[in-house]
Design a protein around this ligand. Structure first.
Ligand code: CP
Length: 307
């Protein structure tokens, strides 16, 4: 069996195209497993995984936990809001206390960019980044690529648009690295204030017009406006944002071809996307969630297999 080139999954930037393809191929097998009547395999028996969530999550936390249980791992969950972090304990002290309980792998979400990488240099466990600030969200990009491949086949030459708040989005950055490594073209679209200045240097096209972007792409990945990361105003009001960059059914139906609609969640219905688009037959939003379990099983299985 092939191996990953890394001991930790910290981001997509530092893994190879071969790593990505190995994870996506392995996830296909796990998707088949989780659709069987008996969904559990013993692959991670005797492995203990701690899920450390220093920031809110619904999909990622539940998806990792379910993936761990399907792989027969022992699982402990930690949420910063109900922990001694509130009493001033540092990240390293928190993690070392958890590791003293003989934990083999840590899945961590943190509001600081680089937190997972920092941890990987300090502790002796496999680290999986479940989202670090506005930096990377590697398993989201992998599940997005898996979902696109299921719908479109090989992504080489495919045109993928990422629309909305690119500036604050770890999903955007990880998707850009992942899609480019798989040979897709990426365009970002949104208000100029929410497009980072460095983005073109990554080989990404930039467009401010939503209709032109939608006419160009095979897939539109609609992102949420991350008000919680915005300390200043980046656009006049939510209403105006929706008028310029919200996708509704009238616009979707007026395009010259049928495109695939994605969203990493959580959705702000009626802001970046209307309910009739989110729930339409062109949307694969719930497929993304289903595929997240298989992709995360693949990531943890492959990391656990590395010595
Ligand atoms: N897509 C995503 O990361 O969702 P959560 O914040 O709910 O985990």
């Amino acid at each position: 069996m092939s191996n990953l080139s890394v001991n930790h999954l910290l981001g997509i930037k530092n893994i190879t195209t071969t790593d990505i393809k190995l994870i996506l191929e392995t996830a296909k097998n796990f998707k088949e497993v989780i659709n069987r009547p008996i969904k559990k395999v013993p692959s991670l028996r005797d492995i203990t995984v701690a899920n450390l969530f220093f920031e809110n999550s619904t999909r990622t936390r539940l998806s990792f936990e379910l993936a761990q249980k399907r792989l027969s791992a022992d699982v402990i969950n930690f949420s910063a809001s109900s922990s001694s972090v509130k009493k001033g304990e540092t990240l390293i002290d928190t993690v070392n206390n958890i590791l003293a309980m003989k934990v083999d792998m840590i899945v961590m979400r943190h509001s600081s960019a680089g937190a997972a990488e920092f941890l990987s240099r300090k502790v002796n466990a496999k680290i999986v980044n479940a989202g670090d600030g506005a930096h990377e969200h590697p398993t989201q990009a992998l599940l997005d690529a898996f979902s696109m491949q299921e719908k479109l086949g090989d992504l080489k030459g495919r045109k993928i648009a990422i629309i909305g708040d690119i500036l604050h989005s770890r999903v955007a950055l990880s998707n850009i690295f992942c899609l480019q490594k798989l040979g897709a073209e990426v365009k970002v679209c949104g208000p100029t204030t929410l497009i980072p200045k460095y983005i073109e240097a990554l080989g990404v096209k930039v467009e401010s017009d939503l209709r032109k972007t939608l006419e160009w792409c095979d897939v539109a990945n609609m992102l949420r406006i991350q008000l919680e990361r915005q300390d200043i105003k980046f656009f006049p009001s939510i209403r105006e944002y929706t008028m310029m960059y919200g996708l509704n059914k009238t616009m979707l139906d007026s395009l010259s071809k049928k495109i695939v609609i994605m969203h990493p969640g959580p959705i702000n219905r009626g802001v970046e996307i209307t309910s009739d688009v989110a729930d339409s037959d062109q949307s694969i939003i719930l497929d993304q969630v289903e595929n997240g379990v298989a992709v995360r099983m693949a990531v943890m299985f492959l990391l656990a297999g590395r010595q």
